[in-house]
Design a protein around this ligand. Structure first.
Ligand code: GDG
Length: 474
């Protein structure tokens, strides 16, 4: 069947599950992205292609709950070079302000090129004439260009979920020009924040030499590419409904009880990633106890660290560092039945996440750099009683919208301590004032609105392909 919409992402929205008897099945991985895109996919005979994880080579396209899915295979060599290597040990740290040192290896780049080419070829086979293809994220930045070469008839959109760095950092990349040209295959390149779009346009002008004007790039072949911000969000209504359900309310109570009914629960939920600032926040909390501002008898920090990219060296080192810090803080500061940090290295179902959000008094989100950060928006959506405090890094994309959070600089430990304490001591009235405003923002700008605005803009650009150039250009 010809597909009028093709979603190209590194991962499929399902995970492969191996049962005890050795048989395999698929389980929908929870996520706002799929629920936002699903209705558009259904209305357009859409198909989603991506890697299901693992090295299985014999996977056929299949349907899951009405969704057409096309699994892309990966060899061990490609996983190591494209995914763990170039995507997660070169691009990820480089695009996150060099929080860790990026590694540049030519063999990794070669695999990145190969995988991007294969994804583009498969998308070209799947797309109907004049179809729309929406490519996602940093693992696939060359796909728009390769796809355009194969299928000039397509309308191509690209969305980057992570930050796009300033020229000074991007410049380090030996393959900087190739990546920019890869992205320029799209009609619309979407970013989380306006600053990222500006970084991109500036780099295109400087490094590729194309003419640009504001958010537009003019290519020598007459095409126009638009770079713009589309801040991503969550399924706010879905989270709110979940948070109101009896099961979640009960579970939130049970969680508080299991923790010994402390007066205040601080909460962090992150993939175990060095960009998320987990170490600094736990250290700050530990110092508040040590300094006598917070008492382990009536406060606890619950930190959920979801296992992530465990084959990548930097992530192994981080896990050890956090393990050591939690051990030291609990050893130094905890009492019997009263650990300072309740540390959970695991992932949970969505219901448990909602219960944790409901149980927590202070949500602590302190990344050094984050494209958006959905966890803080989910917390806000779950606070149906308009209470609870959010401490949020100003370096998370979400800080642009959630202005009523206690905004902090995660590099400033004293500043972070002061904000944690203020949030801890805030009056209920103050909490409600802030939370009410944040809830309005998150409800109004949900993930459906995000997907719709990107698709509308892409449609629009496609129908104005031969746009008249303005007289003055910068
Ligand atoms: C990238 C960008 C950008 C986490 N643990 C569990 C679980 N989660 C869910 C959360 C949330 C999502 O995963 C994490 O999203 P974040 O935005 O917080 O962070 P990244 O994974 O780094 O995402 C980021 C995002 O892409 C979207 O564009 O915001 O900046 O880095 O939805 O709820 N979900 C379940 N169990 C868990 O244990 N069910």
């Amino acid at each position: 069947m010809p597909n009028h919409l093709v979603i190209v992402a590194n991962r499929l929205p399902v995970d492969r599950i191996t049962e005890e008897d050795g048989s395999t099945s698929w389980r929908r991985s929870p996520g706002g992205l799929v629920s936002a895109i699903e209705p558009v996919m259904r209305a357009n005979d859409g198909v989603w292609m991506g890697w299901p994880g693992g090295t299985d080579q014999d996977l056929e396209p299949f349907e899951d709950d009405g969704l057409q899915l096309v699994p892309m295979t990966m060899t061990q060599e490609q996983i190591e070079g494209h995914y763990e290597g170039f995507s997660n040990a070169t691009l990820w740290p480089l695009y996150h302000d060099l929080v860790a040192k990026p590694e540049f290896h030519r063999e990794w780049w070669d695999e990145y090129v190969k995988v991007n080419r294969r994804f583009a070829e498969r998308a070209a086979e799947l797309a109907a004439k004049g179809a729309t293809v929406w490519v996602h994220d940093y693992q696939l930045q060359l796909v728009p260009q390769y796809l355009r070469e194969l299928r000039p008839d397509l309308r191509i959109g690209f969305y980057l979920h992570i930050p796009f760095p300033p020229a000074e950092l991007f410049q380090q990349l030996p393959w900087r020009r190739q990546l920019l040209e890869g992205l320029l295959g799209a009609d619309l390149v979407g970013f989380q924040l306006p600053g990222a779009a500006q970084n991109f346009v500036r780099l295109v002008r400087q490094r590729v030499g194309h003419k640009t004007h504001r958010d537009l790039v003019y290519l020598p072949d007459g095409r126009t590419v638009r770079a713009a911000a589309f801040p991503i969000s969550i399924d706010a209504a879905g989270f709110e409904e979940l948070a109101r359900s009896e099961a979640v309310v009960e579970r939130a109570k049970a969680i508080r009880e299991a923790l010994g009914n402390p007066r205040k629960i601080f909460l962090g939920i992150d993939r175990l990633d060095y960009t998320k600032g987990i170490y600094a926040r736990l250290r700050a909390f530990g110092e508040l106890i040590r300094d006598g501002h917070v008492d382990v008898e009536d406060a606890v920090f619950v930190q959920v660290a979801v296992p992530s990219r465990e084959q990548v060296e930097q992530y192994k080192l981080l896990r050890d560092e956090i393990d050591r810090l939690v051990g030291r803080l609990n050893g130094d500061l905890g009492r019997i039945g009263r650990p300072a940090i309740s540390y959970l290295h695991t992932s949970y179902p969505r219901e448990e996440m909602a219960a944790l959000y409901r149980a927590a008094d202070i949500m602590v989100v302190t990344p050094y750099r984050d494209g958006m950060n959905l966890v803080c928006k989910e917390y806000v959506a779950c606070r149906v009683d308009e209470d609870g405090a959010l401490v949020l890094s100003e370096f998370a994309g979400a800080a642009d919208e959630l202005r009523q959070a206690w905004l902090i600089n995660p590099y400033d430990i004293n500043g972070m301590k002061a904000a944690l304490l203020e949030a801890h001591r805030a009056e209920p009235k103050e909490l409600t004032r802030r939370m009410r405003a944040m809830r309005k923002t998150v409800t109004q700008h949900d993930v459906k609105a995000w997907a719709a605005s990107f698709m509308t803009e892409l449609d629009d650009i496609g129908s104005h392909r031969k746009m008249v150039r303005p007289a003055t250009r910068s």
